[in-house]
Design a protein around this ligand. Structure first.
Ligand code: SF4
Length: 184
């Protein structure tokens, strides 16, 4: 028996191509290991902002700003390095031509296991595919580290105009000490 797929594709234009939907005969879970066809619950009222549908938490965990990893570790009564080794992925983006590394909760596959080993570096495939945040509680539809959730999770609201949400570059820029070169 073939293993069940473990990820969703991030790009909505690909993920919702009707010609690829299983019921359109364009593919199936078994034929395409990266295919998934989930109905997203419509937002009841965009003026309400976040209504905890969990779409963000089930696709792309938010990035931490400096100092927040320590707070989240403290919330779980863990040492920061233990917290990183158990729950976080090291991601990176380009800032002014330099690669800056950041931290985010690891994504889980459909098997409930980390999509990459925690404390390893995200790669292009990992960034592209959807996966539920290790801290997201599906039953409670909530965040397991809500009081110390990452900056991106606190500030990102899916009904915002795109320009009103923080970008990864903006968060990565916070990790660059003033006046010092970026870490590559
Ligand atoms: S840390 Fe919390 S708010 Fe952020 S993606 Fe994970 S579950 Fe959602």
């Amino acid at each position: 028996m073939k293993p069940k797929k473990t990820f969703h594709i991030l790009d909505e234009t690909i993920a919702h191509r009707p010609d690829l939907a299983p019921d359109a005969g364009g593919g199936s879970d078994e034929e395409n290991p990266y295919w998934a066809w989930d109905e997203e619950a419509p937002h009841p009222n965009p003026e309400l902002g976040c209504v905890r549908r969990g779409l963000c938490c089930k696709s792309s965990p938010g990035w931490f700003a400096p100092g927040e990893v320590e707070k989240a570790a403290e919330l779980l009564a863990m040492a920061p390095d233990e917290f990183v080794r158990k729950f976080l992925i090291i991601d990176a983006t380009e800032v002014d031509g330099q690669i800056v590394h950041t931290f985010a909760p690891v994504k889980l596959g459909r098997d409930g296991k980390p999509a990459l080993p925690p404390a390893s570096r995200a790669d292009a495939l990992y960034r592209t595919l959807r996966g539920q945040c290790v801290f997201y509680d599906v039953d409670k539809r909530g965040c397991g580290i809500y009081e110390a959730r990452p900056m991106e999770c606190r500030q990102y609201i899916c009904t915002n105009a795109p320009g009103d949400n923080p970008t990864h570059e903006q968060i990565a820029r916070l990790w660059v000490p003033p006046g010092s070169p970026s870490v590559s």
